[in-house]
Each structure stands twice: as structure tokens, then as C-alpha cells.
Design a protein around this ligand. Structure first.
Ligand SMILES: Cc1cc2nc3c(=O)[nH]c(=O)nc-3n(C[C@H](O)[C@H](O)[C@H](O)COP(=O)(O)O)c2cc1C
Ligand code: SF4
Ligand code: SF4
Ligand code: FES
Length: 546
């Protein structure tokens, strides 16, 4: 594929879109599909025929539009206006066709008031969701896909690409927040017979669905980021390690890779240069620990997915002992815009130490659950009460859990905290990969800590003793507390175990497993004491004495 050929595809597709009066996008991501988006689409297509509108209206699938709990969602774009419809079943699709598309009368009672949801969001990673049809590469190319790759390989040197990524201040979105430019530069400098690029799409945190949504909604953005990374560090082979529980993401990735190979954005001689890059999928079997980079690499190599001590880091000695760049889905999905618009532009968004935007999956007791992308530095209050619409049923906010089983619970007193890596760590939680679970007054915080410890206990790979045994013991103590059978000594023991497991575990799973306990103890100690001393669960969740 030459640069001219890419431009031709883009122009042709844009002309085809321009020739239609109107574009109708139906969310084709997992949540909307499971609530009936396909039936709505079929009804829409039939009804368009009835009204002889098939030639005027372009129907396409979009990625997740964000407001998942209002799904299936449908957006109608016409002459610069956008209407977003919610709960679109087959009947609603027929009505919208007959009224809005045929008679220009929007069906107001079905419209969703999206302004409060979108007003404070800034979309970079999710920019294509809504504009790109994830199953048609031409639609993505029309929207600018592979333009940044073209720029990188035809106008820039690998070092210049790394400089832009470094200047952007982007930090790894997989949880650790390691500076991406620095990691790329280490792999660039590392010596090896061959280098590899791995995209970590193992996303195992309970409540997290950011990476799944990005892969389902805009797989080409991730492939483009990986190809730019490969060019920058000198790799010719990439792997996407994606969990088997994500069949739609896997299917979309397979299609996207085939299409990108067909148009020669992947493969030999990318944009008629000497750069070649191939991508293969590896499907994970659902072990949380396989998201840890050394376990993931062992799993790709065909071994058992258990972590090994670092150093050496994968950047020096990774897949098959070769220098390997491993980044998260969202990290790769941020790259094309950084290359296109410059590192300085990206660094202008966010806070001094946490640049750019972050995707969060809003879950729990919140009015609007769904997928959002916000500039770093936004407050939790803005996320939960303005974007998320607050807490349902007039209940009071109690805590926000970020970082999943490695994270912590943030109480109401920190609602005005800016969301960035340092601030969240300062209050005993972590940014994590983007799961944000909101809890109201009816949650018992000891039960929440027990839930996450149960998860870690189940997912511990068992390689090292502190984690294998410590998570079981900590879970046992938490269980004893929730049953009202624990004494003050058990609380002491629990705290000692937390420190021990944190300090002596081999990998991040064990090292961070105590975090949910430590943070709930820090802010909700009175709840622990109520269970232990008064034999009472203040939220009425635990079955003490029942
Ligand atoms: C137990 C455990 C699970 C992890 N799971 C994931 C995951 O699902 N996705 C991910 O990107 N990183 C995960 N990580 C972090 C990776 O080890 C690694 O730091 C990350 O993929 C690097 O990419 P980034 O620099 O773009 O964040 C996990 C780490 C641990 C300790
Ligand atoms: S000490 Fe225990 S875990 Fe370690 S090798 Fe011996 S039996 Fe296995
Ligand atoms: S900390 Fe836990 S998950 Fe990590 S290597 Fe040790 S036993 Fe396995
Ligand atoms: S899955 Fe359709 S809006 Fe999120």
C-alpha cells in the first residue's frame, strides 16, 4: 500500500458517505448486542426498504458509544446534527425510521439527553467509537486510520517517534503507569537477534471492560499503535494476548488483521518502505495472573502462565529471551493521535505528572454505568455525579473502588481529589487499568474487602508461599469477621499478614492483594470494629447472628 493508495481509499469512502443524506450507527459492542441491537438493526434495514430510503441512509455498526445501560443505542447523523436514541428495540427502530428518517420528525421520547454524559469527556482512545465501523477497514481509513502509521514510517525516524511518545508524557494504562517513551527507548537500545511487540489484552479485573470495548469498537486503532511501536523499537512480529472470554473482540481483531493485511498496512513493505510487521493473536484461558507481563510471555511461549522474578525485564529479555515491548491496549490506542498531533499536544492535556486522558468503566451503584474517557485531573465528583449522574434511589455515596483487586476504596471525603496516578496512590488506592466501581451506603466494606481477597485467593498461581497461603489466611480472617466470630486479635493478625504478603510476594498479584483490606481498614475501621466488638454489620449485609 502506497501513501497515495491509502488516500484514494479514504477519499472514495468519504465520497460514498457524503453521497448519502444521513448515517445511522447502531452500537455493535457486546452490551448493546446482548440487549437486542441485532434485532433493531434488522428491523431498521427492513423498514428503510419499505420507505425506499436504502439509497439515502447509510447503516453501520459502531463501537461502544458509552451509555451502555441505555442500550441498544442508535445515533442518527444528518446535516451536521446528531440524535442519540436509547433502548432501541425492533419497534423503536421501525418508528424512528418512519418518523425521523422518512418524515424528519425526531422521536423525542426515545432520545437520550447525552449532554451531561459527554460534556466533560475528551475522546482520544474512544474517538473512533461512533465514527468507525469496526468491521469495515474502509470506514476506519476514511476516519484517518493508518495516517499516523504512514507519517511515522515515511516521514520520521524511529528515534523521532520515540521522542514524540516521550514528549507526550504517556504512561502505561495497564495499571503500573510506567512512562511509555522510556520503555520504548529501552527496547530500542536493547540488543537481540529479533524484537517483539506484545499487546496485553488480558483485562482480568472484575468490573473492567475498557480494553474489551476498545478492541470491539476500534481494533484498527490498536493495530496501528502496535505497528508504530514496532517501527520505533525495531520489531517485526507482534502478538495480541486476548482473553478467551472476549469472543467478539477476538472476532473483530481477526477480521481487522485480515483486512489490514489485505490493504498492506500490516505485512511486508508497509507503505512501500523496508518496514515489515505481522500480528498474531494468542488467546488466554482466563487466569488473572496471565495479565502479569512475565506470566503472559511464559503463556505465549507455551509454558505455564506463572510470573518470574524481574530483572531481567521483558524490555531486555522477554519473549524467547529477546527484547520485547509489552504495552496495554489503551496505551497502544493512544499512540496514533500522539504521532499525528504531536507529543506536546497530548502533554497539554491532564496534570503535570499524569498527561492525557484515561478510559474508565463505570460500574456499581451509579445512574449511568458505561464507558467514559476523561482528561486526567478531573475529580471523582465530576466523574460520579456529573458524568455518571450520581447515585440511584436517593441513597448516599459511600466509596469508589479503583484498581480492582490491586486497588483501594476511596471514601466521600476525597470526592474532590483529582484523578491522577499520584493523587490516587496518596489516598491508598491506584489508578489501575480503569475499573471504577461505585458503592452506596448499602455496601458493607468488610464484605467488599472479602470479595476482592476471595478473587486473589482463587487467582493466586501458587508459585510463592506468601501469596498462596497468605491470601487464603487473610480471606479466612475476613470471613470470620463477617460472621461475627472474630476477636480483636484477628484484626491485628490481619494487619500483620497484609504487611507480610505485600512485602514478600513475588509478583504484583500478591504484592497488591492486601490493598483493598488496607484501604478499607484505613477509612472504614469503625465497620470492622462494629463486626468484631458489637457483632453487628452496620450496612446489614453480613449474616451475623442470623
Ligand atoms: C496480576 C497482574 C495482572 C495484570 N493484568 C494486566 C492486564 O490484564 N492488562 C494489562 O495491560 N496489564 C496487566 N498487568 C500489568 C502488566 O504486567 C504490564 O505492566 C503491562 O501490560 C504493561 O503495559 P503498560 O506499560 O502499557 O501499562 C498486570 C499485572 C499484574 C501483576
Ligand atoms: S516447600 Fe512446599 S511448595 Fe515448596 S517445593 Fe516443598 S512442598 Fe512444594
Ligand atoms: S505473588 Fe501470587 S500470583 Fe504472583 S507469583 Fe506469587 S503466588 Fe503467583
Ligand atoms: S455497548 Fe453499546 S453503548 Fe456501550
Amino acid at each position: 500500500m502506497s501513501s497515495e493508495a491509502r488516500k484514494e481509499i479514504q477519499d472514495k469512502e468519504l465520497a460514498a458517505q457524503g453521497a448519502r443524506r444521513c448515517r445511522v450507527g447502531l452500537c455493535g459492542a457486546a452490551s448493546c448486542l446482548s440487549s437486542g441491537a441485532q434485532a433493531a438493526r434488522e428491523a431498521l434495514v427492513k423498514e428503510l426498504d419499505v420507505h425506499k430510503l436504502a439509497g439515502e441512509v447509510q447503516v453501520y455498526s459502531t463501537g461502544c458509544l458509552g451509555l451502555c445501560d441505555a442500550g441498544p443505542l442508535m445515533q442518527v447523523e444528518e446535516a451536521g446534527t446528531r440524535h442519540l436514541y436509547q433502548k432501541v428495540d425492533a419497534d423503536a427502530a421501525r418508528r424512528i425510521t418512519a418518523e425521523h428518517l422518512a418524515r424528519h420528525r425526531p422521536v423525542t421520547e426515545q432520545l437520550v439527553d447525552a449532554d451531561p454524559f459527554f460534556a466533560k469527556q475528551q475522546r482520544i482512545v474512544l474517538a473512533g467509537s461512533g465514527r468507525r465501523d469496526p468491521e469495515r477497514i474502509e470506514s476506519c481509513v476514511a476516519d484517518g486510520a493508518y495516517e499516523a502509521l504512514q507519517k511515522a514510517v515515511t516521514e520520521m525516524t524511529p528515534l523521532e517517534v520515540i521522542q514524540e511518545v516521550t514528549a507526550s508524557g504517556l504512561r502505561g494504562r495497564g495499571g503500573g503507569g510506567y512512562p511509555t517513551g522510556l520503555k520504548w527507548s529501552t527496547v530500542f537500545k536493547a540488543k537481540g537477534q529479533r524484537k517483539f511487540v506484545i499487546c496485553n489484552a488480558d483485562e482480568g479485573d472484575p468490573g473492567a471492560f475498557m480494553d474489551r470495548s476498545v478492541l470491539e469498537g476500534d481494533p484498527h486503532r490498536v493495530l496501528e499503535g502496535m505497528a508504530i511501536a514496532a517501527f520505533a523499537v525495531g520489531a517485526d512480529q507482534g502478538y495480541i494476548y486476548v482473553r478467551g472470554e472476549y469472543p467478539l473482540a477476538i472476532q473483530r481483531l481477526r477480521t481487522a488483521i485480515k483486512q489490514a493485511e489485505r490493504l498492506e498496512f500490516l505485512g511486508g513493505r508497509v507503505f512501500d518502505t523496508g518496514f515489515s510487521f505481522r500480528v498474531d493473536l494468542r488467546i488466554g484461558a482466563g487466569a488473572f495472573v496471565c495479565g502479569e507481563e512475565t506470566a503472559l510471555i511464559a503463556s505465549i511461549e507455551g509454558g505455564r502462565g506463572t510470573p518470574r522474578p524481574r530483572p531481567p525485564y521483558p524490555a531486555q529479555s522477554g519473549l524467547w529471551g529477546q527484547p520485547t515491548l509489552i504495552n496495554n491496549v489503551e496505551t497502544f490506542a493512544s499512540i496514533a493521535e500522539i504521532v499525528q498531533r504531536g507529543g506536546a499536544w497530548y502533554a497539554g492535556i491532564g496534570t503535570p505528572k499524569s498527561k492525557g486522558t484515561k478510559v474508565f468503566a463505570l460500574a456499581g451503584t451509579i445512574n449511568r454505568t458505561g464507558l467514559i474517557e476523561v482528561p486526567m485531573g478531573i475529580t471523582l465528583r465530576e466523574i460520579i455525579f456529573e458524568i455518571g449522574g450520581g447515585i440511584p434511589n436517593g441513597k448516599a455515596f459511600k466509596a469508589a473502588q479503583t484498581g480492582g483487586p490491586s486497588g483501594g476504596c476511596i471514601p466521600a471525603e476525597f470526592l474532590d481529589l483529582p484523578v491522577d496516578y499520584e493523587s490516587l496512590a496518596g489516598v491508598g488506592s491506584i489508578m489501575g487499568s480503569g475499573g471504577l466501581i461505585v458503592m452506596d451506603e448499602s455496601s458493607c466494606m468488610v464484605e467488599v474487602a472479602k470479595y476482592f481477597m476471595d478473587f486473589c485467593r482463587e487467582e493466586s498461581c501458587g508459585k510463592c508461599i506468601p501469596c498462596r497461603t497468605g491470601t487464603v489466611q487473610m480471606h479466612g480472617l475476613l470471613d470470620k469477621i463477617t460472621r461475627g466470630e472474630a476477636g480483636p486479635h484477628d484484626l491485628e493478625l490481619l494487619e500483620q499478614l497484609c504487611t507480610l504478603v505485600k512485602d514478600t510476594s513475588l509478583c504484583g498479584l500478591g504484592a497488591s492483594a492486601p490493598n483493598p483490606v488496607l484501604s478499607t481498614l484505613r477509612y472504614f475501621r469503625d465497620e470492622y470494629l462494629a463486626h468484631i466488638v458489637e457483632k453487628r454489620c452496620p450496612a446489614g449485609v453480613c449474616a451475623i447472628g442470623r
